[in-house]
Design a protein around this ligand. Sequence first.
Ligand code: UGA
Length: 440
Amino acid sequence: MNIAIIGSGYVGLVTGVCLAHIGHRVICVDNDPQKVKKLKKGGIPIYEPGLDVIMRDCVRKKRLSFSGSIKDATQRSTVIFIAVGTPPKSTGDADLVYVENVVRQIAENMDSYRLIVEKSTVPAETGNKIRRTVELNLPRKFRKGNQALLDFDVASNPEFLKEGSAVHDFMNPNRLVFGVESKKAEKVLREIYKPLKAKVLVTNIASAEMIKHASNSFLAMKISFINAVSQICGRVGADVLNVAEGMGLDKRIGRAFLDPGVGYGGSCFPKDVDAFIRLSEKSGYDFRLLKEVRRVNEEQRQAFVHLVEDKLWNLKEKTIGVWGLAFKPNTDDMRNAASVEILQKLQQEGAKIKAYDPRAMANAGEILRGVALCASPYAAAEDCDCLLLLTEWDEFKNVDLEAVRDVMRQPVVFDGRNFLDGEKLKSLGFDYYGIGRGKA
Ligand code: UGA
């Protein structure tokens, strides 16, 4: 099938490359000429494990190409996925101006049936707005007043990929959701995803849009729940990891997304929780539960900073080493990373910061101010009064801890992800503080 993907960010690029990998002819479009130039040369603007290999393979097999032109892509494709950004406005609403722009350009260049698929996370009812925008912007000969004379469909096909394992998630989905208005649209989507042999749920468009909102918000709620539990564990001498394990053994609860830490970040959960709260408000429902999820997340970061202040005493003149800056491991993505807020707060208290991340240094350099970016975990620890682990990269498991202890001014570790072996660190003479692992 001939498919266009409009927007070559994380979601768009992974979707486009993977659809080409399972046999389709795909054009990935972006309005950033530099990005398109880089992609055409075989470069990848993001770090996502495994993506580069299959991307180059698909280009070689002539199943994948890149373009800056929505016109060109619309003319050459039957199915058009919209994967452009929906950044938050100051109100928390998703800003849909990019989506509208793209849909207008698609409509202006349509001359026969097209299936337009929402892939970006959008508020419920966006499907209707997309339909209306197409009807109003088709070429004159294909409309009578505001009525379309050309057959087309709109669908919602939310994505559930996780950064860092996006290629694997695409190839092994636990479900595919098709929000459609016609049998024809359902048939086309089934055809596209046939090679994946996944469970398919067919709904109307609004339900598909809600599934995405509700899923991300529910996962954020699980994280905030265990973070809240970690606060109590820290006070009563319980170990939150044992608690999470005990809870997770109940199949109705499940162990996934019960890892306490410095709060969720990234380009999805914070934005999607805000957008769902706004959507609820607009529909006349005050989603207080979700507001609390957001508040717990903010407090979790503050609590971590307070712990550091409590143990180090004054932060002025103190140097803090940081391991991990990305919002999670296996990505270079710094968007809404917990590290940004935590480091700013520590800097406001007068601390000097040295940091290392295996992949996110370039992006971190653009966001963080006054942070010394170091070439290795050892360099980041050197002459520091404490070390913070903020992202659980595997690399940190293999560091020589004795060497780290010997270069630090004070051997103190605050493990914001409960990732390091606390007992081992203590036996080596470190002061070790995890999240909710008992009385600190
Ligand atoms: C999330 C969802 O998991 C995907 O299903 C969804 O497709 C995606 O958003 C999206 O809407 O595009 P992602 O943001 O890539 O994926 O990353 P997650 O693995 O979900 O992690 C999000 C944040 O939660 C990270 O900061 C992570 O460190 C944190 N987290 C996750 C925890 O603090 N504890 C956990 O137990 C799990």
